[in-house]
Design a protein. Structure first.
Ligand SMILES: Nc1ncnc2c1ncn2[C@@H]1O[C@H](COP(=O)(O)OP(=O)(O)OP(=O)(O)O)[C@@H](O)[C@H]1O
Ligand SMILES: [Mg+2]
Length: 319
């Protein structure tokens, strides 16, 4: 196939939804206003394209307020407490790895950050803030939070009935963006940013499920990036991938962090060491409840852990 890869994209007209009355202006990065609310499309993704190889460029100084702040967070399912005592500042535009053995509440905590427990029996106590916004505030709309905090799951989950293109722009459409050129530009930008454009530019209108597993995961990352989130939550995004696909995702994570705050759950401590700036170790207490044991700069946490439980875990003696 040749020519305009978007040739079969539906003709569309409108742009973004206006910000609802009373809806809080969302956190911004370095004065860049919230983008979707005003129809802007040249924020995160395009900017990060130009910052592609930067490991440290654009990284915030230590004075930059955290992107996400958790204080005394506890998530329970009925009588069962899954995770407790989580007080953690997630630095903006860095990679924070959450590590710990199976069942210690990493996924549960991640889901609490963008209110996915609104649809489960999970109950969240404590405080979670996105910038200054109380994620569970009475006036905070969950869809607004999910627009600003994207998520990538363990197994690639493209919408099976949709094409590559429709997958990427689905979040934008959901948020009221319908301009054909806008969607086309956004799709290309997100796919380039997810290092997938060259692979799919001639098959944008084929079913997404025809892509390989690694390509599907990068498509899911592109889909999450298309709405230009401030934060990307990634729950073991490489666990279903081979080493080559894993290396591509790790490279992507490193580059994305120039512009997006990333929280990465991983079982792979080598992966955490390779890609994360900060790490937080979760372990099960004697009562089998997950808890945050220690957090800090990844190098220090792995090389000079302060807590003996962390030392045992990173040394492979427990977990
Ligand atoms: N929807 C749910 N309903 C009831 N209990 C749940 C639910 N989701 C998670 N849990 C429980 O919460 C605890 C933590 O589970 P979670 O999936 O967060 O662990 P995890 O650290 O992500 O584990 P893994 O590394 O295996 O993915 C477990 O005891 C699990 O059974
Ligand atoms: Mg999990």
């Amino acid at each position: 196939m040749s020519g305009d890869p978007f040739a079969r994209a539906e003709p569309l007209t409108l742009m973004a939804e206006p910000r609802a009355e009373g809806e809080p202006e969302m956190a911004t990065r370095e004065g860049v206003p919230a983008r979707l609310a005003d129809g802007g499309r040249r924020g995160t993704v395009a900017a990060a394209n130009t910052a592609a190889s930067a490991l440290t460029h654009g990284r915030p100084s230590s004075a930059t307020p955290p992107a996400v702040t958790l204080e005394g967070v506890r998530v329970s399912f009925g009588d069962h407490v899954a995770v407790r005592n989580v007080t953690l500042a997630i630095p903006a535009r860095q990679v924070t790895a959450l590590i710990g053995p199976s069942g210690c509440g990493k996924t549960t905590l991640l889901r609490a950050v963008n209110r996915l427990h609104d649809h489960t029996a999970g109950h969240v106590d404590g405080s979670i803030k996105l910038g200054d916004i109380d994620v569970y505030g009475p006036d905070t709309r969950p869809e607004l939070i999910r627009r600003r905090i994207g998520m990538v799951f363990q197994r690639p989950n493209p919408f099976p009935a949709m094409s590559v293109f429709e997958n990427v722009v689905s979040g934008l459409r959901f948020n009221g963006v319908h301009g054909r050129a806008l969607l086309r530009d956004a799709a290309e930008s997100a796919l380039r940013h997810a290092a997938l454009w060259d692979t799919v530019k001639d098959r944008l209108h084929q079913p997404a499920v025809r892509l390989s597993g690694g390509q599907q995961q990068r498509l899911c990352i592109a889909r999450a990036l298309a709405v230009e989130p401030d934060v990307l939550l990634m729950d073991e995004p490489c666990s279903a991938l081979d080493p080559i696909a894993t290396a591509k995702i790790e490279d992507l994570i490193t580059r994305l962090a120039a512009d997006v705050t990333i929280v990465l759950v991983t079982h792979n401590m080598f992966q955490a060491a390779r890609v994360s700036d900060q790490a937080a170790v979760f372990l099960l207490g004697e009562d089998r409840v997950g808890e945050l044991v220690e957090s800090g700069a990844t190098d220090e946490l792995f090389n000079e852990p302060k807590n003996p439980r962390t030392r045992d875990y990173v040394a492979g003696r427990v977990g």
